[in-house]
Design a protein around this ligand. Structure first.
Ligand code: BES
Ligand code: ZN
Ligand code: ZN
Length: 499
C-alpha cells in the first residue's frame, strides 16, 4: 500500500471513497470547498439517516458525480472533549472498514485542522497511517488463491492535509509505516500455526532480524546445554515435556552513547497445553497465542535499527512449548531458578512465570539494566479483571508506571495499572520451597502472578504487562482482524523513541 500527501482541493481527488470525519456537533459546511449542491445533498442525507456523528456511526453516500470521488464516507468522531489519538485511530479504522466493504482500493482521507492542532501534524499523520495499515491487514497465507483474490487490499491512500507542512507529514508517514510494519510482523508470528512457530522458528526469525539490521542488532541463541550451565532450571522444567528444543533468544541493540540500559522480555510459550495440569479443549483452542510477548519483542527489534533510539536495549525470549509427556514437569516438583530461589510447582499450567523467573534473573544478573519491561500472556485472571482490550500493568517504579500510562494513550495500546499488593505475598509462600507457582487462593490471580515475578527482579525498576486479553482478538475489530494483535510493539517503540 502506498501513502501519498496532497494539499490540492478535496473535490478534485480521484478516489473510490473520500473519507471525512465530523465531531458530534459539527456541520458538513466545515468542508467549505464542496459545491453547495453537494453540501445540501449531504445535509439532507444526514437528517434522513438520523446520523448523529456518534463514534459508532459511519455514513456511506454517493458523491452524485459532483466531485471526483466515487463515494463519500462520513465517520462520526463523538464528543471533542473525549478525543485522543487512540480514538482517532479507531475511527479511521472504522471508516477504512467501510471503504473496504465497498471494494475501495484507492482512498482519500481528509485530515481536519483541529486534529493537527491537538496532536501536531506529524503525530496526526502517523496515527492515521498506523490505523489504516493495521485495519487493512489480513493473514491470508493459508487461503487458496481464489479466496485471496476475493479479498481486496488497499492500493493507495491519499492524505489530504489542511495546510502545507509536508516535511512533518512525511516524517509521520515514515514513522507510521515502520511502526505498523513491526506490529504486523508480530501479528504474522502469532497467527502462524503452532506447528510452524516453534522455539527453533522464533530463534531463526531473531537471527534474520540480526542479519537485516545493518549490524545494529546482535543476536545470540542459547541452546539447552548453555541454558543448563546458567542454572535456568525453572525455564528448563517447563521445556522438559516437549520434543521441541528450548531456545533462549538474546537480541542486543547498542547505540554509540546510550542514555539508559533496558531489558525487554517476552513470554515465548509457543504452545500452552497446560502440561500435566492439562487445559480443557476449549481453553487450549487459542493457546498458540502464548508467544505473543515474544512476538512483540521480535516486532520491536525488527524496527529498532530504523528508529535508532538512544537507549541500549536487550531483548530476551525464553522460548519453549508446555507439553504433557512422560518427561514432563509434575505438580509437586521443586525447581531452582537462576537466582537461586526454589519454586514449588503446584500447577504446571502456571508455566509462563516459571520461564520468566529465569529470564528476569538473567536480565538482573547478566545485563544489570536500569529498567526491565516484560510482556506476557500470563493470566486468564487479568482478562477477567480488564477484559479483552486492556493489558494489566504492574511495577515497582511510580515514575515509569506514569510514563507508560501516558504513552499508552498516545499509541492506543491500552494499559491499566493494577496493584502489586504486598499483603498478598503470603499467598505465594511455600511450605517446602521459597515460593509456590500459584497462590493458595483463586482470587486476584493477575496480582499474585506479578508478585511471583517480583521475586526475580531484585531492586531493578520493572514493569510487567499482562497482555493475556489484548494479545489476541477472538473476533474481528476495526483495528485488528480475529487473531494476533501485535500488542505492545508500538507501546514499547514509542517509549524507546521518547528516551
Ligand atoms: N497462557 C495462560 C494464560 C492465558 C489465558 C493467556 C487465556 C491468554 C488467554 C497461562 O499460562 C495460564 O495458563 N495461566 C493460568 C494460571 C493458573 C493456573 C494459576 C490461568 O490463567 O488459568
Ligand atoms: Zn499455562
Ligand atoms: Zn501460558
Amino acid at each position: 500500500m502506498k501513502f501519498s500527501l496532497k494539499s490540492k482541493k478535496i473535490s478534485q481527488l480521484e478516489v473510490d471513497t473520500l473519507n471525512l470525519f465530523l465531531w458530534e456537533d459539527e456541520e458538513i459546511e466545515k468542508y467549505k470547498e464542496f459545491p453547495g449542491e453537494l453540501l445540501l445533498y449531504i445535509k439532507d442525507a444526514v437528517k434522513r439517516e438520523n446520523f448523529n456523528q456518534d463514534r459508532d456511526e459511519v455514513l456511506l453516500l454517493s458523491s452524485k458525480g459532483i466531485i471526483s470521488a466515487y463515494k463519500l464516507i462520513i465517520t462520526g468522531l463523538g464528543k471533542k472533549k473525549d478525543f485522543d489519538r487512540g480514538i482517532l485511530a479507531e475511527q479511521v479504522a472504522k471508516s477504512i472498514r467501510k471503504s473496504k466493504e465497498n471494494k475501495a482500493v484507492k482512498i482519500g482521507i481528509v485530515l481536519a485542522d483541529d486534529w493537527c492542532d491537538l496532536f501536531g501534524i506529524k503525530n496526526s499523520v502517523q496515527t492515521i497511517v498506523e490505523a489504516v495499515s493495521l485495519a487493512d491487514y489480513r493473514f491470508l497465507k493459508y487461503k487458496s488463491e481464489e479466496e485471496k483474490n476475493k479479498i481486496r487490499m488497499l492500493e493507495e491512500v491519499i492524505l489530504s492535509l489542511p495546510f502545507a507542512s509536508l516535511s512533518q507529514a512525511e516524517e509521520g508517514i515514515r514513522e507510521g509505516q515502520i511502526m505498523s510494519k513491526a506490529t504486523l510482523f508480530a501479528r504474522d508470528l502469532i497467527n502462524e500455526p503452532p506447528q510452524v512457530t516453534t522455539p527453533t522458528y522464533l530463534a531463526q526469525e531473531a537471527m534474520k532480524i540480526g542479519k537485516n539490521s545493518n549490524g545494529l542488532v546482535k543476536v545470540t541463541i542459547l541452546e539447552k546445554e548453555e541454558i543448563e550451565k546458567l542454572g535456568m532450571n525453572s525455564f528448563l522444567g517447563v521445556a522438559r515435556g516437549s520434543d521441541e528444543q528450548p531456545k533462549f533468544i538474546i537480541l542486543k541493540y547498542r547505540p554509540a552513547r546510550p542514555r539508559k540500559k533496558l531489558a525487554v522480555i517476552g513470554k515465548g510459550i509457543t504452545f500452552d497445553t497446560g502440561g500435566l495440569s492439562l487445559k480443557t479443549a476449549e481453553y487450549m483452542e487459542t493457546m498458540k497465542l502464548d508467544m505473543s510477548g515474544a512476538a512483540a519483542i521480535l516486532g520491536i527489534f525488527s524496527a529498532i535499527s530504523s528508529f535508532k533510539p538512544n537507549a541500549e536495549v536487550t531483548g530476551l525470549i525464553p522460548a519453549c512449548e508446555n507439553m504433557p509427556s512422560g518427561r514432563a514437569l509434575k505438580p509437586g516438583d521443586i525447581l531452582r531458578a537462576m537466582n537461586g530461589k526454589t519454586i514449588e510447582v503446584i500447577n504446571t499450567d502456571a508455566e509462563g512465570r516459571l520461564t520468566l523467573a529465569d529470564a528476569l534473573s538473567y536480565a538482573v544478573k547478566k545485563e544489570k539494566p536500569d529498567e526491565i519491561i516484560d510482556l506476557a500472556t500470563l493470566t486468564g485472571a487479568c482478562m477477567v479483571a480488564l477484559g479483552q482490550d486492556i493489558a494489566g500493568m504492574f511495577g515497582n517504579d511510580d515514575k515509569l508506571l506514569k510514563t507508560f500510562t501516558k504513552i499508552s494513550l498516545e499509541t492506543g495500546d491500552k494499559v491499566w495499572q493494577l496493584p502489586l499488593e504486598k499483603g498478598y505475598k503470603d499467598l505465594i509462600k511455600s511450605h517446602i520451597a521459597d515460593v509456590r507457582n500459584i497462590a493458595t487462593t483463586k482470587y486476584g490471580g493477575a496480582i499474585t502472578a506479578s508478585l511471583f515475578l517480583e521475586e526475580f527482579v531484585d531492586n531493578t525498576s520493572w514493569i510487567h504487562l499482562d497482555i493475556a486479553g489484548p494479545a489476541y482478538m477472538e473476533k474481528d475489530t476495526p483495528l485488528i482482524p480475529a487473531g494476533g494483535a501485535g500488542f505492545g510493539v508500538r507501546l514499547i517503540l514509542h517509549y524507546l523513541n521518547s528516551l
